[in-house]
Design a protein. Sequence first.
Length: 266
Amino acid sequence: MSISKLFDISGKTALVTGGSRGIGLMIARGFVEAGVKTYISSRKAEACEQAAAELNKIGTCIPLAHDLGNMAEVKKLADEVKAREKRLDILINNAGAAWAEPIDKYSESGWDKLMNVNLKAIFFLTQALLPPLRAAAKEGDPARIVNIGSIDGLLAPSLESYAYSASKAAVHHLTRNLAKHLAKDNITVNAIAPGPFETKMLAPVLAANRKLVEGGVPLGRIGQDDDMVGAAIFYCSKASSYVTGTVLPVDGGISGTPYTSTTFSL
Ligand SMILES: NC(=O)c1ccc[n+]([C@@H]2O[C@H](COP(=O)([O-])OP(=O)(O)OC[C@H]3O[C@@H](n4cnc5c(N)ncnc54)[C@H](OP(=O)(O)O)[C@@H]3O)[C@@H](O)[C@H]2O)c1
């Protein structure tokens, strides 16, 4: 197969949750540019519509606003997708929230809110969308689920973000468990574990600690749109048809070389 065919995802249909901004919008833009009919979702209808209007100048993007912290809304999002599409080739479970608080004050409601959107919603949205994913799955070109985890689910983070890091470690393991059981349906399930990317979520961290964050990345920079798009397209193209149950750190080397920040010589 030619190299361009190997990475060709044109003609597919995708849903990117949290596609209104940040990493989700990076992936959605990459998909739309690559000829994928792309649904995006987020809580705020206006932000979702604005992002879709922008992407519709390049290709096809449909906004669907739903709060994935709420199970009834998770189901509604899946129902809306299923009402419009018999087949769904790609599901990107990206929507997520972050929050940190000192351990002595860490609240139960905050813990539950994070676990609901970062973890529970991924499982139940995936479950509800299995019929159109199964319908799209082909031998040699499976349907794809890509979960967005985090390097905070691989390494203990600097911030006191207990529920966040635990939810992301759970996302990585859920990815492996889903991969094992959905392989028979020709659906691959993989995760991307991003390092630092310039988004609203990371803005307060970068405002206070940019030099420290950049200094902790072996490649010496914050992640850029193409870094994320490249990984997402790999996981959704024929190039990765034989890859499932993996977690790909897209982090400039942070998790692969954890001693970098303490490098010394004799
Ligand atoms: N940025 C980084 O450096 C970094 C690093 C590691 C992992 N990640 C992960 O990457 C993913 C995207 O993060 P980001 O940095 O792009 O964050 P972001 O800029 O804050 O974007 C989050 C997206 O998720 C949506 N969202 C949040 N809560 C939601 C809910 N309850 N229901 C539906 N949609 C919701 C947001 O839209 P609304 O506000 O309109 O709902 C937005 O579209 C997250 O899973 C995050 O944990 C990010």
